[in-house]
Ligand binder design. Structure first.
Ligand code: MG
Length: 395
């Protein structure tokens, strides 16, 4: 018989919140104003507590912006009970309404929220997937995300990652849709298709959130037809992110699923896209939308509207770890995004992510987000490793 406890866990008080930019190995994004290795695009967040337990999260934003956001957010966190991620995150959203909600502040709150879930798991000894309601699965298929390039190189690139065990691929950005050359676009897709493993899957991302995206609905309709003819699994960001009505039209017309939503933040922003039928697949980014608390609500709403969910937290090991936990905790999740060839994903944790013989990723069942950062590895990519792991460092 299980012993009944008369007392619940005492509060675990937040003592410090730290941001540590990742620098030096930032992979190209395919952006027209391309990311340089020394640019800071992703930032690790640590939440330190009086219990000596630290939780870790990740924010998709420049480290300098994250640190400025923490000047606002940290005072609201200090002394709070780290075992209450949803309440503390909502407090942060509610009290920063006027200072730029949806932007850097929301991205930074995402990292804090992930760290709080990590702490809750570490204190209770449970993985976040259990805390979020239970595990529907113990593994999930990662699709390897690769930048588009000219056709010959595209085939070689897919083949290289196929050799690492990936069975599903997404190609995007780069020249696609940007050279007014439909034959080039089709040749890139055909080259990738030819390099797939037996039974493999190809997804295509136009990346229309890029600066000055030149195409509209007519291009998207024509291109969707081409992609469907090649058996592509979905067409992602085929339109500028705010073209809600065109997304609705495209989704109704296209023969293949339409995916999007990676640039939206806050659960409220997703509502018109979900209620009006803009997406077949929604791709919230857990390191932008407000963390796991917000993402869970977005996924539940999406699924109530019959929209598939595929996470976009692919840019760091902690983003992927959060996506994996949610992939377990939500019904019907069959894919997670996995950026090909990023040190911030492959080289931050004690135990690297590893594909099994069927190209699947195990979903960790260790406490919290289920992965442990390796300070020696992290130190290669941030000047603030001491503050990240030691609550007293540099204070
Ligand atoms: Mg994308």
């Amino acid at each position: 018989m299980v012993e009944e406890h008369s007392q619940s866990l005492p509060p675990v008080r937040i003592t410090r919140v730290v941001a540590a930019p990742l620098l030096g190995e930032s992979p190209p994004g395919g952006w027209s104003n391309e990311i340089r290795p020394e640019d800071s695009i992703h930032t690790l967040i640590a939440v330190h507590t009086d219990a000596g337990i630290t939780g870790f999260g990740s924010s998709f934003t420049d480290g300098r912006l994250a640190m400025a956001a923490l000047a606002q957010l940290e005072p609201l966190c200090l002394g709070e009970n780290a075992l209450e991620p949803a309440r503390v995150s909502e407090k942060l959203h509610q009290n920063t309404f006027w200072f730029g909600r949806g932007g850097t502040l929301t991205h930074a709150i995402s990292g804090i929220d992930l760290a709080l879930w990590d702490i809750l798991g570490k204190v209770t000894g449970l993985p976040v997937s259990i805390l979020a309601g239970g595990r529907h699965r113990d593994r999930v298929r990662p699709y390897c995300s690769l930048l588009m390039c000219d056709p010959a190189e595209m085939g070689e690139t897919v083949a290289r990652y196929r050799a690492q065990g990936f069975r599903a691929f997404k190609i995007g950005w780069g020249p696609f849709g940007r050279r007014d050359d439909a034959r080039l676009d089709e040749a890139i897709v055909a080259a990738a298709c030819a390099a797939l493993p037996e039974g493999g899957q190809l997804l295509v991302d136009a990346g229309a959130s890029d600066a000055y995206w030149p195409n509209g609905l007519k291009w998207a309709l024509r291109t969707a037809e081409m992609l469907a003819a090649h058996g592509v699994g979905w067409f992602e960001e085929p339109l500028v992110p705010d073209a809600l009505e065109d997304f609705v039209t495209l989704r109704r017309t296209a023969r293949l699923p339409i995916a999007g939503g990676e640039v939206l933040t806050r659960r409220q922003s997703f509502l018109p896209f979900l209620t009006q039928g803009a997406f077949d697949i929604v791709q919230p980014d857990v390191t932008k939308v407000g963390g796991l608390t917000e993402q869970r609500r977005i996924v539940q709403t999406a699924q109530d509207f019959g929209v598939r969910y595929v996470g976009h937290g692919w840019n760091t090991a902690l983003g992927l770890a959060a996506d994996l936990q949610l992939a377990a905790a939500m019904p019907g999740v069959d894919l997670v995004e996995y950026i090909g060839g990023s040190a911030y994903l492959d080289d931050l944790t004690e135990v690297p992510f590893a594909l099994d013989a069927e190209g699947m990723l195990a979903i960790p069942d260790a406490p919290g987000l289920g992965v442990r950062l390796d300070p020696d590895k992290v130190a290669k990519y941030t000047p603030r490793v001491a503050e990240l792991f030691d609550a007293g460092a540099g204070a």
